[in-house]
Design a protein around this ligand. Structure first.
Ligand SMILES: Nc1nc2c(c(=O)[nH]1)N[C@H]1C(S)=C(S)[C@@H](COP(=O)(O)OP(=O)(O)OC[C@H]3O[C@@H](n4cnc5c(=O)[nH]c(N)nc54)[C@H](O)[C@@H]3O)O[C@H]1N2
Ligand SMILES: Nc1nc2c(c(=O)[nH]1)N[C@H]1C(S)=C(S)[C@@H](COP(=O)(O)OP(=O)(O)OC[C@H]3O[C@@H](n4cnc5c(=O)[nH]c(N)nc54)[C@H](O)[C@@H]3O)O[C@H]1N2
Ligand SMILES: [Mo]
Length: 760
């Protein structure tokens, strides 16, 4: 009987494709996708999460908001469940009220977050399309991933950072064939390359490293954790946030020992002569020597000198992980890495020079032919005001106050309504206790979520959204070579609706129904978008089935892979400097930028410099002696599916890694439940003592739900947040909520000094 109802189908997700086994209306198991050489284990928890009791079952309105428009009790209040019609009426009326009384400039819908894979039911595109139809919203620039790089790197190379990093660097094949020395600042971590936004089917990073090892390539992981690169790589332990000092010292050795490629600098770069006095110390009295850097970063002067010589005499690729710019003054290591690579003169040579974000997500390094289409048109936003994405709490706390960003100075908008769909700011933002206070400012918060996350708990109007397993979609990513029909595997759970359907319901009530839907059902949209994509692909010689054919087939591999990107743009520049100058003011790589110098910022000068953050080991105190880094979790994607993971015996609180010396000093052992704390907040964690981390550094991954919300949701209670101990261990109760600089204003997630104590 049960067997008759049992079905196996394939779907795609941010962490890969997998087989889903359903029995009737339930997902009962998942299995790896056969074409994936290293499938991710993240989906194993999926059946438990999709059917978890912390699903939002019905539209819910916060009682205090409903009764008195109270704003203080977000996170502590109870919710009133309403039928869909009533809840949509209330939501539409509130949007109309805010538009009428305050204008669309009072609506913030940056709505940052990864949501789920699938091209049509892409939460952020849906909310942006909806609000554009309704007169616009204050938007956001950049991501938490690379916000700082997205601001600084166009000044240096001219190219938009994401275009560079996703589509125009050396491929894995080229690296394997040509690189002799791979110098990885922040490592290249197969744990992180489990995921890729929109999907990753063949996980190949681990196998690439086997290929690199077999070719005799020297692979050096530079950073606070040995585990940031696959086993077999060398590890050069470095204190967090000190990479710029180390890079400066490498540059110093290269310059003073005569390795600088003067010809390259002259032809392809500008401003070295403005940087050199700083490097040699003639301008500030401090040569950036290996001895100087050693005291800052913890690597011995001899090791620095030897590494510099080795880099100068072999084909060297410097790679920089995204984490280096996710900290205060994150602009500096990125700019300095480009400066160092310029001095080595290998930029634009196959397997040499510089690369960013390899391993950060799994698709980087796979050269693919680009196919057009399958993107939901978002329309045009009539509101031009935006903020750098990670400045959300600043914005809410400081309406009308001026702030700097990349040469501009503008006031923060005065936000009355916050709309979030497909993200979890009460997981991802820094200094969550500060965000909790800032969140009291808007009059209304609307959230779409499948689960009672800490963000949903802090909304006034909560619409329950379906998960990708409850609706049909197309799975496709620009940096993956597979195409999926993602079938609807189970019915919508409880009363959940697709984001599209929710917006269509609101739009209809607001008199913009036709403009939003264009008269199409979700399936008609899928067919419409797919038809465009199909025609473009076929025109380009990539033959794919039509919509019904793909539905039948479930998935296919696209023949769009080559050995190298068509034109890695720095290679193209090196080969054609006259005809393809860089789109920088000088047409060259800018070691010195007149533009940035002209901004007159005290926290970002005209060339790369060593600028210590507020929280780093050089500023450690007796009360706050440890630097906490908060990497991405290996066992999941951010905060997704956390409800079910948290139920696993012994899984929570989250694991904190600490060096044996620090553990001994505190009388702590592996398995102890500890308290991690600083002046901003505190959380519990489960200790793991390990020699794979630098002394005085601790690592606590991101991703647990703030203040144990799922447990309380289960009991039907609120999470009762106060500035107390976060039970499950979210590092963002401890991180510093400050922009990387007045230039980049990116997230400073890796900037936090803490103390760890026994929890009695
Ligand atoms: N301390 C520290 N903090 C960090 C970082 C760090 O390194 N250290 N990294 C930062 C980075 S790089 C990132 S990208 C962020 C990640 O932060 P987020 O992207 O906000 O994290 P997710 O958990 O992926 O949040 C996605 C949410 O969307 C919901 N969702 C899934 N599918 C759908 C759907 O179809 N519809 C709707 N409405 N909702 C859906 C999920 O349940 C989940 O709650 O975290 C940032 N925070
Ligand atoms: N499994 C899994 N993979 C993911 C994600 C996930 O949630 N789960 N999230 C994805 C997302 S959204 C993003 S943006 C990427 C992020 O990709 P990254 O930014 O590269 O990832 P992180 O895990 O933040 O950091 C990687 C390592 O950098 C090291 N590090 C921290 N600070 C410093 C420093 O100052 N100097 C040096 N040299 N090293 C430092 C830490 O030891 C850390 O383990 O990961 C993606 N991959
Ligand atoms: Mo990210």
């Amino acid at each position: 009987m049960a067997d008759a109802k049992r079905k196996t189908r394939v779907t795609s997700s941010h962490w890969g494709a997998f087989k889903v086994i359903t029995e009737g209306d339930a997902i009962v198991a998942v299995e790896p996708f056969s074409a994936d050489p290293n499938p991710s284990a993240i989906s194993e928890i999926l059946p438990a999460a999709v059917h978890h009791d912390s699903r939002i079952k019905r539209p819910s309105i916060r009682r205090g908001w409903l009764e008195s428009r109270n704003r203080d009790k977000r996170g502590e209040d109870e919710f009133v469940e309403l039928p869909w019609d009533e809840a949509l009426d209330i939501g539409a009326a509130e949007l109309d009220r805010v538009r009428k009384e305050h204008g669309n400039e009072a609506i913030y819908a940056g709505s940052y977050g990864w949501g789920s894979a699938g091209r049509f039911h892409h939460a952020q595109s849906q909310v942006h399309r909806f609000l554009n139809t309704a007169g616009g919203y204050v938007s956001s620039f950049g991501s938490y991933s690379t916000g700082c790089a997205q601001s600084i790197m166009p000044h240096v190379f001219g190219m938009p950072f994401l275009k560079f990093t996703y589509g125009s660097q050396d491929s894995w094949e080229t690296i394997a064939a040509h690189t002799e020395t791979l110098v990885m600042f922040g490592g290249i971590n197969p744990k992180n390359s489990q995921v890729s936004m929109g999907g990753i089917t063949e996980h190949e990073t681990a196998d690439r490293f086997k290929q690199f090892a077999a070719s005799g390539m020297r692979r050096i992981n530079i950073g606070p954790q040995r585990t940031d690169a696959p086993e077999g790589c060398e590890w050069l332990p470095v204190k967090p946030a000190t990479d710029t000092a180390l890079m400066l010292a490498l540059a110093y050795v290269i310059e003073t020992e005569g390795y600088t490629d003067e010809a390259f600098l002259a032809e392809f770069t500008t401003g070295f002569e403005r940087f050199k006095p700083y490097l040699l110390g003639t301008s500030d009295g401090q040569p950036k020597s290996p001895e100087w850097a050693s005291a800052i970063c913890g690597v011995s002067a001899d090791e620095i000198s030897e590494l510099a010589r080795y880099m100068a005499t072999t084909r060297t690729l410097i790679t920089v992980s995204w984490s280096l710019q996710r900290g205060e003054h994150g602009e500096q290591p990125y700019w300095m890495a480009a400066t160092l690579a310029s001095m080595l003169g290998q930029i634009g040579l196959a397997g040499g020079g510089i690369g960013f974000g390899y391993g950060a997500i799994g698709g980087i390094g796979k050269p693919l032919k680009h196919l057009l289409g399958m993107t939901l048109p978002q329309g045009v936003n009539p509101v031009k005001t935006f903020i750098p994405v990670a400045r959300v709490a600043d914005m809410l706390l400081n309406p009308g106050v001026d702030y700097d960003f990349n040469g501009k100075r503008e006031p923060y908008p005065d936000i009355k309504l916050v709309y979030w769909c497909g993200g979890n700011p009460f997981h991802h933002h820094q200094d969550l206790n500060r965000l909790h206070e800032a969140w009291k400012q808007p009059e209304t918060v609307i959230v779409h979520e499948p689960w009672w996350t800490a963000t949903a708990r802090r909304a006034d109007i909560v619409f329950p959204a379906t998960t990708p397993y409850e609706r049909e979609d197309i799975g496709l990513s620009k940096i993956d070579d597979y195409l999926f029909n993602m079938p609807q595997l189970i019915p919508a759970q409880h009363e959940a609706r697709d984001d599209y359907e929710i917006f269509a319901g609101l739009a209809e009530r607001m008199g913009i129904g036709d403009a939003f839907t264009e008269g199409r059902s979700a399936e008609q949209w899928l067919r419409h978008l797919y038809a465009d994509f199909h025609d473009n692909a076929v025109k380009g010689g990539v033959y794919i089935p039509d919509f019904d054919g793909l539905r039948e087939q479930n998935w296919l591999k696209l023949p769009i892979r080559s050995l190298e990107y068509e034109k890695p743009f720095l290679r193209n520049y090196r080969e054609n400097p006259q005809t393809s100058p860089l789109p920088t003011p000088s047409g060259k790589i800018e070691i010195f930028s007149e533009t940035i110098e002209g901004f007159n910022y005290d926290d970002c000068a005209g060339h790369a410099i060593w600028l210590p953050p507020q929280d780093w080991l050089g500023a450690a105190t007796e009360a706050m002696p440890l630097h906490m880094i908060s990497p991405q979790p290996g066992d999941k994607l951010h905060s997704q599916l956390e409800c079910a993971l948290a139920d696993v015996e012994g899984a929570r609180p989250e694991t904190l890694i600490m060096h044996p010396t620090n553990a001994q000093q505190r009388g702590l052992q592996t398995g102890d439940i500890v308290k991690v704390h600083n002046e901003r907040g505190s959380c519990r964690a489960r200790l793991r003592v390990s020699e794979d981390i630098v002394e005085d550094v601790v690592a606590l991954p991101t991703g647990v739900w703030f203040s144990d919300t799922h447990k309380h949701a289960k009991g039907g209670q609120t999470d009762g947040h106060s500035k107390g101990l976060d039970e499950h261990g979210n590092p963002n109760v401890l991180t510093r909520d400050v922009g990387t600089s007045r230039l980049g204003q990116g997230s400073s997630a890796h900037t936090a000094l803490v103390e760890v104590s026994a929890l009695l």
